[in-house]
Design a protein around this ligand. Structure first.
Ligand code: J2J
Length: 536
């Protein structure tokens, strides 16, 4: 049995193969091709793993999992932070054809439940270090509710669920049984705009191509020493070119738990890191630290700083070469596929002012008006795209897919963009009902649904408000039976088991929500209201 997904039409698949984009090899090749190499692949604190050691551990875990009955076509729910085990687990699962959903470490009960309900996982891999798994309360409830789960492995567990033991146990003969190269390798997480978080099936072929092409554009090679300080599971840090790009090129990934300057600057100096990937708020914090310490000496080895995930202002962009002393690359990507990069040899002006251009010659990107008709070059409208690594449908979401794609298979990302004469994209805004909190995406509807569970809440609307550091924060507008304080609202949401970054930064209670002429909540008006209140 293979995992169901919406495939590319045959003529597209044939063309992508013909052009050499799709090479019909499993993603696990990225690691196995270096199985004999003694060079260091991953540094995680004091632990260094050579390619050879990493491969051996992947084999061990794959073999343990096979012994436990996991097989091609199964799925797994994984929640690991920025630790070497994340990559070991990822490759081990792919090696035996088990498609993981890699939840973020910041996710809580609500997100894990939603993902599990969709994929019906055969196994759960998590970490005792996460508050949810510190004891067995949630674990037992989870296994009870999701009867598909047959196996549980936990990092930092020395009992029956020990992930470490499964990784240490020498492999029997592992028979690699990956899913077919044109089939689902794993699921990427959508930033989302709907009530339930959506999953994006990614195939070996499409994901491998996106990474290979990213490596060409970003010039990753065996000298690349890459700082992974964003969530390792995020599409950006995994594939643009991310850790997988580094592995393909036989470079070295240095893991950091977060992108703070206090943690990252010493790592950069100690490990002579030359590439880092950040979101804009982290750039601000790095610049502030340089200013405070009156030195950028610790960053001397850095040659390239990638910035993406949210809009980078031209002002901040211009400060990067000047104050950090390295080249900037803007990255405008999405877990659904399409990734745009500024090129290393682009003019400074272009690098500072645009979000780059599509990485593949076969990325089809155009700008649509509200009716779905193409707009003339330079005008602002909806981003529409399809291509050799852009998905064709969310997992098990026929209804939502009906809205997210047009009749020709073009995906509408919900971003408002313009494209200049040279094909470079500038992100101008957003149409999707999502808040981009410094790169962390919040689907308004998901939080609104949780808010509506509160006995006192009659109506709820979550909107963005401007923030000087994060770009955007969230504000919940509520109509309530009795006044509710922000702390109480946040406490309630926390009790619902939702990730901390989704808790509203501000709560406003009103008698009624403004409505548009067709009777929908007028979020534009609410954003204006909060802007006015903040000014006042
Ligand atoms: C403005 N908005 C941006 C940018 C993403 C590489 C880099 C980022 C992501 C990512 C990714 C932006 N300027 N430079 O997957 O491989 C907003 C857009 C977009 C959404 C996608 C990658 N870069 N965005 O951020 O799936 O709104 O992927 O549609 O998390 O982030 O979010 P996500």
């Amino acid at each position: 049995m293979s995992v169901a997904f919406t495939p590319w039409p045959d003529d597209f698949a044939a063309r992508y193969r013909e052009k050499g984009y799709w090479q019909d090899r499993p993603l696990t090749d990225f690691l196995t091709r270096h199985a004999d190499s003694e060079s260091v692949a991953v540094i995680d604190g004091d632990r260094h793993f050579s390619y050879c050691e990493l491969n051996a551990r992947v084999d061990n875990l794959a073999s343990s999992l096979q012994r436990q009955g996991l097989k091609t076509g199964d799925t797994a729910l994984v929640q690991l932070g920025n630790v070497a085990e994340f990559y070991i687990t990822f490759f081990a699962l792919l090696r035996i054809g088990v498609a993981p959903v890699n939840a973020l470490f910041s996710h809580q009960r609500s997100e894990l439940q939603a993902y599990a309900a969709q994929i019906e996982p055969a196994m759960l891999i998590a970490d005792r270090q996460h508050a949810l798994f510190a004891d067995d309360v949630f674990l037992n409830a989870f296994v009870d509710e999701h009867r598909s789960v047959r196996t549980v492995l936990l990092r930092n567990d020395d009992g029956e669920h020990s992930l470490a033991a499964a990784i240490a146990h020498p492999a029997d003969n592992v028979v690699a049984t990956p899913t077919g190269p044109g089939e689902v390798a794993f699921f990427q997480l959508s930033g989302g705009s709907t009530g339930t978080p959506k999953l994006i099936p990614r195939t070996h072929n499409d994901y491998a191509y996106s990474i290979r092409r990213s490596n060409e554009i970003c010039a990753f090679d065996q000298n690349t020493r890459y700082l992974c300080a964003l969530p390792a599971a995020h599409n950006y840090a995994l594939s643009s070119p991310g850790a997988l790009g580094v592995f393909l090129a036989q470079g070295c990934v240095i893991l950091a738990a977060d992108p703070s300057a206090t943690l990252c600057f010493p790592l950069i100096e100690q490990h002579q890191i030359n590439v880092a990937a950040l979101v804009p708020p982290a750039v601000s914090l790095w610049l502030q630290a340089i200013h405070e310490w009156n030195s950028n000496a610790a960053l001397a080895s850095l040659t390239l700083l990638q910035v993406g995930g949210a809009r980078l202002s031209a002002t901040l962009a211009a400060r990067i070469p000047a104050e950090i002393g390295c080249q900037l690359q803007q990255v405008f990507g999405m877990a659904e596929g399409l990734v745009n990069y500024t090129r290393l040899d682009d003019s400074p002006e272009r690098i500072i002012n645009t979000q780059g251009c599509p990485m593949s010659p076969d990325d089809e990107v155009w700008v649509a008006d509200a009716e779905g008709n193409p707009l003339p070059r330079g005008e602002v409208g909806r981003l529409m795209t399809r291509g050799p690594y852009t998905f064709r449908g969310y997992y098990k979401s026929p209804e939502h897919n009906g809205c997210a794609f047009d009749a020709n298979g073009f995906y509408g990302s919900g971003d408002l963009i313009s494209i200049d004469e040279q094909g470079y994209i500038t992100v101008q805004g957003r149409e999707k009902d999502q808040i981009n909190r410094g790169g962390e995406k919040i689907a308004a509807e998901e939080v609104e649904n949780l808010l509506l569970r509160h006995d006192e809440v009659i109506h709820a609307a979550l909107v963005s408000m401007e923030d000087s550091l994060l770009g955007e924060k969230s504000c919940a507008w509520l109509v309530t039976k009795t006044p509710l304080r922000a702390v109480a609202v946040r406490r309630f949401l926390r009790e619902q088991g939702v990730a901390e970054f989704k808790l509203p930064d501000r709560v406003e209670c009103v008698d009624a929500l403004p409505l548009t002429p067709v009777g929908k909540v007028d979020k534009k008006q609410l954003r204006q209201w909060i802007a006015n209140r903040t000014l006042a």
